[in-house]
Design a protein around this ligand. Structure first.
Ligand code: FES
Length: 167
């Protein structure tokens, strides 16, 4: 009796161990499928290396299922001392790409240096500030921390806290 109970509990343990290992492999496979490049995700944080960006380039990445616009400004683009994110002496616009009216994703119109929302005609300037239509406030800036030439989205670094209190 005691032997068969021991066997049963061993079988249960063995099955549980196999299931756990299988689950771990599935998670690894799942993560590989969904990880977008060049960002690296971990526990709600997304690290983006900006060193390869061209001047004037807009990059859209995903953070916590939201589109994030990162625009590396060129000299012709107006600066915004309160909202610009300065990484390696270069100014970036960093915003969550969801219209502050009803949440549509605005398009970046490079020729006009504007973000335009097709849903109800809202417009944001190159700094993400609402300048026309129904949006009640600027595009939000996601929490970030600067780590060399990288941005860690989801972490509240001193630069983010400064923008949050001043903008
Ligand atoms: S959702 Fe963008 S203007 Fe209405």
């Amino acid at each position: 009796m005691a032997i068969s109970e021991n066997r049963r509990s061993f079988m249960g343990f063995a099955f549980g161990a196999v299931a756990a290992v299988g689950g771990a492999f599935s998670l690894v496979a799942f993560k590989k499928t969904w990880d977008p490049l060049p960002s690296v995700k971990a526990a709600g944080f997304t690290t983006v290396d900006l060193s390869g960006m061209q001047t004037g380039e807009l990059r859209t990445i995903e953070w916590r299922k939201k589109p994030i616009f990162i625009l590396k400004k060129d000299e012709s683009m107006p600066k915004d001392e309160k909202r610009d994110v300065i990484v390696d002496n270069v100014a970036y616009t960093l915003v969550i790409g969801l219209c502050t009216h009803l949440g549509c994703i605005p398009a970046y119109i490079q020729s006009e240096q504007m973000f335009k929302c097709a849903c109800h005609g809202g417009e944001f300037n190159i700094n993400g500030v609402n300048v026309f239509g129904p949006p009640p406030r600027p595009l939000e800036i996601p929490p970030f921390k600067i780590d060399g030439t990288k941005l860690v989205l989801g972490e509240e670094g001193p630069e983010y806290l400064k923008i949050k209190t001043e903008a």
